[in-house]
Design a protein around this ligand. Structure first.
Ligand code: CA
Length: 236
């Protein structure tokens, strides 16, 4: 059975183009043109991947993503406008697996689709993770912050801090590399795990979020910007 893909795109030219290219690659393809139809389709059929435009009639892509995510863990690649950094971050935080900016090169989109499908396949065939993480997991700390890697908990001086998955990964990467100035590229690679070439301003957004949640709230200085280089957490 070929992988089954859902295209959610209201610009019919783009939708048609994607349908032709993806069908040509051997995928089975459905397409819908608005947010409501997207949620309905995604929840009533089992898709292997969803390509989701953000600007849609009825419900926008983020809302579609949130509604689908509540019930399904199907991989979602969000299609965003080139400069919509906040859309990308919001998409990733809402549970998108990847994003691609419009206008896109079809080869790049096909490559991203292959990667997302492969990751899904690998996750499906991986042995079940143990129910509970070992309590004696690794704990990273500096400057009042404590991060429990397996428990996925972060505290400042004992006060719990809620972080999204990617904020957590960025903070963890900085704590794992104390005193080492990390470039945006390196942070993106280590924290997000795949190629963010040309999109490293995403890291600036995560750093801003972390500063709002930690530095501003607790009136401390956790993450230092090294102008022109990147970011670092220095030991006390
Ligand atoms: Ca659109």
């Amino acid at each position: 059975m070929p992988p089954k893909l859902l295209i959610v795109e209201d610009e019919s030219k783009i939708a048609r183009f994607l349908e032709l290219e993806l069908t040509h690659e051997g995928y089975e393809v459905d397409k819908v043109e608005d947010g409501r139809a997207a949620v309905e389709a995604a929840l009533s059929a089992d898709y292997d991947l969803i390509l989701l435009d953000v600007m849609l009639p009825q419900l926008n892509g983020m809302e579609v993503l949130r509604r689908v995510r509540r019930e399904k863990d199907v991989p979602v690649i969000v299609l965003t406008a080139r400069d919509a950094v906040m859309d990308k971050v919001a998409g990733l935080d809402a549970g998108a697996d990847d994003y691609i900016t419009k206008p896109f090169a079809i080869e790049e989109l096909l490559a991203r689709v292959r990667v997302a499908l492969k990751r899904r396949e690998a996750a499906a065939s991986a042995p079940e993770a143990p129910e509970k993480p070992a309590p004696s997991g690794q704990v990273l700390s500096a400057r009042g912050i404590t991060l429990d890697v397996e428990g996925r908990e972060v505290n400042y001086d004992g006060t719990p801090i809620e972080l999204t998955q990617r904020e957590f990964e960025v903070l963890k990467t900085l704590l794992e590399n104390l005193n080492i100035v990390m470039s945006r590229e390196r942070l993106a690679e280590l924290a997000c795990g795949y190629d963010f070439v040309g999109e490293t301003n995403i890291i600036d957004v995560y750093i801003r979020h972390l500063r709002a949640k930690i530095d501003d709230r607790f009136n401390c200085k956790l993450i230092t910007t090294v102008r022109g280089v990147g970011y670092v957490i220095r030991e006390d």
